[in-house]
Write a protein that binds this ligand. Sequence first.
Ligand code: HEC
Ligand code: HEC
Length: 253
Amino acid sequence: MFSLMSVGAATSGLAQDNPYDTTVDIRMGARLFQAECGRCHGLDGKGNDETGAPDLTNGSFRSASTDAGLFNVIRDGISGTTMVGISWAPDNRVWQVVAYVRSLNPQTGDYDLAGDADSGARLFRGKGECVTCHIVNGAGGRLGPDLSTIGNRRDPEELRIDLMDPNETVEPRWWTVKVVRADGSVITGSRMSEDTFTVRVMDDAENLWHFVKSDLRSLERVETSPMPSASDGLSASEIDDLVAYLFSLRKES
Ligand code: HEC
Ligand code: HEC
């Protein structure tokens, strides 16, 4: 569970989830798509047999599974094919195209959800205490990811796993650290950034700390999720309601 952090082991800064996926980003991405990609993939993204460019609307991609993977394909192209990419564009523009391509499959789909989204919304703000760590549409805490568009990124089954088993996958951004200062006092919180000599930490009260590593007695990292499993404290039907609510959080273009 705990492991010593090796000095200098800063992880790469490339986000795994798209930081530019608001409705406005999707619209900007659509414009760039139409200008740069439509001639091969079709203006609606449904592909074109003549150019060999595949349909991008069915929600799964041969060359990438994550947003970060799609980012790389769209920026760099696929070598040895006519798929060229837009490496000239700034990163935020590439992310906007990723958001647009994702939005082509809004999963409005045929899920038969047992839960009730309105009850889920109440649980999210009330008994579930989710809002203490998560923002939805501008309100909430920052100790976990913003969930305003989580329904675009996760299907109901994946959401259930996120809730029941938060440790299943924890991105480095959400690893926490335990800092022991020279005077013995302890600060724990999320690791906002780190380089060879310094580390920035946000504690549970959302205070930002900046430490010089050589001043510390120890620095440990905790790779498990700070999020409690929803199965401690919530019933199966309450979890169904939360899944229905989270899945309803989708932004369409
Ligand atoms: C000159 C034609 C052409 C242009 C322009 C083009 N593509 Fe492609 N694209 C292709 C072809 C052909 C492939 C299939 C490559 C292969 O064989 O793997 C492809 C593959 C892809 C894939 C991978 C699909 C998968 O299932 O893995 C994505 C995503 C993609 N293109 C997005 C874009 C975006 C976004 C743009 C505009 C920024 C763009 N493409 C511009 C021809 C093009
Ligand atoms: C103590 C803070 C905290 C609380 C309380 C909390 N979460 Fe989380 N949650 C996190 C953190 C941190 C992550 C990211 C790490 C991970 O994947 O577990 C996360 C991840 C998630 C994810 C996956 C999001 C993604 O983009 O991968 C979902 C969905 C989620 N939480 C929903 C909920 C719901 C619903 C509740 C209330 C029942 C809740 N959380 C309560 C901190 C919290």
